[in-house]
Design a protein around this ligand. Structure first.
Ligand code: ZN
Length: 193
């Protein structure tokens, strides 16, 4: 499904063209609790900081190295916290970042994938009509669809959601980690058990 959507970017092509940025610092890293339970995904940059600070250790490495004049370090693919952290199971903060993550940077109206900076949050039921700021009423939305929708309801705007917005609970986040884990063999043994 993602693949067919990815081919459908057509007119507003969202793929950032600028290269050669050190994008490996944005590679996703699986974060395990001290007990090896997968708890999160972070960017390689943050994972490296946690490792350098002695908060976490690298369990699996990417083939790539990050180089500075004085040292070179393998980029982690999986890290594990050295001290057990109690992770509240029920809720994740309702934040722009988490909603974009839940919606996988995909506009929930046109189905195209964008960079986070090109996405905005849309209230499905507009705030002006009393729509709350909740997981179930906020979705990732591209600027073009946001403009089309404005302050109207789904019916008025003739837009429809590509899927029902759900709360980002443990189930969703485990699912997300598994989905991403398919692209990284090294994650599998921590996610599929
Ligand atoms: Zn859109």
């Amino acid at each position: 499904m993602t693949a067919s959507l990815a081919h459908d970017r057509s007119h507003h092509d969202p793929v950032p063209r600028e290269k050669p940025r050190p994008t490996f610092l944005h590679l996703p890293v699986l974060v395990l609790n001290a007990t090896y339970e997968p708890i999160n995904i972070c960017a390689a940059r943050r994972a490296l900081i946690l490792v350098l600070k002695g908060v976490a250790r690298t369990e699996e490495e990417h083939a790539r190295m990050v180089k500075s004049p004085s040292t070179s370090l393998p980029i982690p693919s999986v890290i594990r916290l050295l001290e057990f952290r109690h992770i509240p199971r029920q809720s994740r903060a309702l934040s722009r970042k988490n909603i974009l993550m839940r919606d996988r940077n995909t506009c929930q109206y046109c189905g195209n994938i964008f960079s986070p900076g090109e996405l905005t949050l849309d209230h499905v039921v507009p705030r002006s009509l009393g729509g709350p700021s909740t997981w179930e009423n906020l979705v990732a939305c591209c600027k073009s669809c946001n403009h089309t929708k404005g302050n109207s309801t789904l019916g008025e705007s003739n837009l429809s959601l590509i899927r029902e917005p759900r709360s980002f609970n443990l189930h969703t986040s485990r699912q997300l980690m598994r989905m991403m884990g398919h692209s990284d063999e090294q994650w599998r043994k921590y996610l599929f058990y």
